[in-house]
Design a protein around this ligand. Structure first.
Ligand SMILES: [Zn+2]
Length: 98
């Protein structure tokens, strides 16, 4: 029989259905007699539901445009290139050491 540490370690695999039937049965049996582990599992299962739901939600109308406009104003000046900057001088006289 797994103890609480085993259950916590296998919790995510259990939620993902990535444990063997044997392990699954043992964990399920442990959960029935251990409210603490059951609560931990319940919490993570609910958390996953919330995250899954959030990821499926559409952006509110207009928000995508607002994000695009916001990034539009941040566009660099024409001709600006981050690669045009000279590399930092790491030669002698610098305290930089590898
Ligand atoms: Zn337990």
């Amino acid at each position: 029989m797994p103890d609480c540490n085993d259950v916590v370690r296998e919790l995510f695999a259990y939620l993902d259905g990535e444990v063997t039937l044997n392990v699954r049965t043992e964990i399920a049996a442990h959960l029935e007699g251990c409210p603490e582990c059951y609560e931990a599992l319940d919490f993570h299962a609910e958390l996953r539901n919330v995250i899954a739901r959030r990821c499926q939600e559409e952006l509110p109308p207009g928000l995508a445009d607002r994000i695009r406009n916001c990034f539009g104003t941040l566009e660099p000046e024409p001709g600006f290139s981050p690669f045009a900057m000279p590399p930092p001088d790491l030669g002698s006289g610098s305290s930089f050491r590898l």
